[in-house]
Ligand binder design. Structure first.
Ligand code: PLP
Length: 402
């Protein structure tokens, strides 16, 4: 079936009451018919729910659906995006292994690689995503995984999935792609050779700013290894959150169509704006990787970034003067949200590290919502004008961690 139909018609079988909408299974455990069934289930001889840390009908429905949309063989649901990233790496890697990663990564993923994994002997090398011809030379004898994010947060850099898929195949590496920004509606990394696709379902998959969630989907043999680790370490998604996320997937296609349409319209309006320096959006012809974005993505996504002329103070004043757009760390919401990465999500990077991934002090990230595009534009425009002669409130007086 087609994407929209799978997203709507992948459902649990009816339970007791021939219900049309899937019920919520708030139960920590499940009963066995007899002692023999319990033994067989624990031994994986029969499938079924045992205990909600392992699986639950609601998480099963969410994951089954996501697997169909990502064209994946198997998957597990996790309590947050970061637990998906962490579990997908730690479940497969050992001390002495090496990860090759693109430098443009979500702030917490960067923290895992640089601050925590070295304590357990897992090393990494960052590659320059604009020099694909160099990537192969960075593979070491102990390299086991390639981890990337495309488009990246917040730089909106595009990483070439086809080149990485071929490298992973040639060198027998696990290609793990954080597909949070694109969602399975815009991009299926597995079609390019990815072995694992990881998600923060908190963003577009929920799409309404209500819950945290995550997922790891991909090759069956890898998922089995990750599942064994997850069952014992416990990053399980709650049934209620899984129920919400599964419902949300039903509308993913129409939401993404509208997010992308609004974002492109806003990017085009802002592109030649006198008060802005760099407007970035994957489907703007001026994006340095426009051709690649067109090749591997169905549409350009819902995030637009720009640098406000006048530096940090002006950018801060712009944020303070917004009336409708929400100043918040989340993205992928029905409501348009604004973030200043340098002082919030990416504050733990050094100035130099931020510069390397294109996070200027005055960079603003807008996650374009589903409001009427003219209202979103009007708010951006009035805040840009007001910030010309108003000082910021002083909430962000400096960027920490210089
Ligand atoms: C938000 C985000 C994450 C982390 O997800 P949480 O659900 O907040 O834990 C990981 N990767 C990307 C690209 C993100 O935007």
């Amino acid at each position: 079936m087609n994407f929209e139909t799978e997203a709507i018609r992948t459902q649990l079988d009816n339970a007791l009451h021939r219900e049309h909408s899937v019920p919520l299974f708030l139960t920590s455990s499940f009963t066995f018919a007899d002692a023999e069934e319990a033994r067989a289930m624990f031994n994986d001889e029969i499938q079924g729910s045992i205990y909600s840390r392992y699986s639950n009908p609601n998480t099963d429905e969410f994951v089954t659906k996501l697997c169909r949309l990502e064209k994946a063989e198997d998957g597990i649901a996790t309590a947050s995006g970061m637990s998906a990233m962490f579990t997908s790496m730690v479940g497969l890697l050992s001390s002495g292994d090496h990860i090759l990663a693109s430098r443009a990564l979500f702030g917490s993923t960067h923290q895992l690689l640089t601050k925590f994994f070295p304590k357990w002997g897992i090393e990494h090398t960052y590659f320059n995503l604009h020099r694909p011809e160099k990537w192969e030379s960075l593979i070491q004898p102990n390299t086991k995984m390639i981890f990337i994010e495309t488009p990246s947060n917040p730089g909106l850099d595009i990483v070439d999935l086809e080149v990485l898929g071929q490298l992973a195949e040639k060198h027998n590496l696990i290609l793990n792609v954080d597909n949070c920004f694109a969602t399975p509606y815009l991009q299926n990394p597995i079609e390019y050779g990815a072995h694992l696709v990881t998600h923060s379902a908190t963003k577009y998959i929920d799409g309404q700013g209500r819950t945290l969630g995550g997922a790891i989907v991909g090759k069956k043999e890898l998922i089995e290894e990750v599942r064994a680790f997850a069952r014992n370490s416990g990053p399980a998604l709650s049934p209620f959150n899984a129920w919400l996320l599964s419902k949300s997937l039903e509308t993913l296609s129409i939401r993404m169509e509208k997010h992308c349409q609004n974002a492109l319209e806003i990017a085009r309006y802002l592109e030649n704006h006198d008060e802005l320096e760099q407007v970035k959006y994957p489907f703007l012809e001026s994006h340095p990787q426009y051709e690649l974005a067109r090749k591997q993505m169905r549409l350009g996504g819902g995030v637009v970034t720009f640098v406000v002329k006048g530096g940090l103070e002006r950018a801060t004043s712009f944020l303070d003067n917004l009336k409708m757009l929400s100043l918040t760390a989340n993205l992928g919401d029905t409501r348009s949200t604004v973030t200043h990465p340098a002082s919030t999500t990416h504050r733990k990077l050094t100035e130099d590290e931020r510069a390397k991934v294109g996070i200027a002090p005055a960079l603003v990230r807008i996650s374009v919502g589903l409001e009427n595009v003219n209202d979103i534009l009007a708010d951006i425009e009035q805040a840009l004008q007001a910030s010309k002669n108003k000082k910021p409130n002083g909430r962000i007086s400096h960027i920490t961690d210089r």
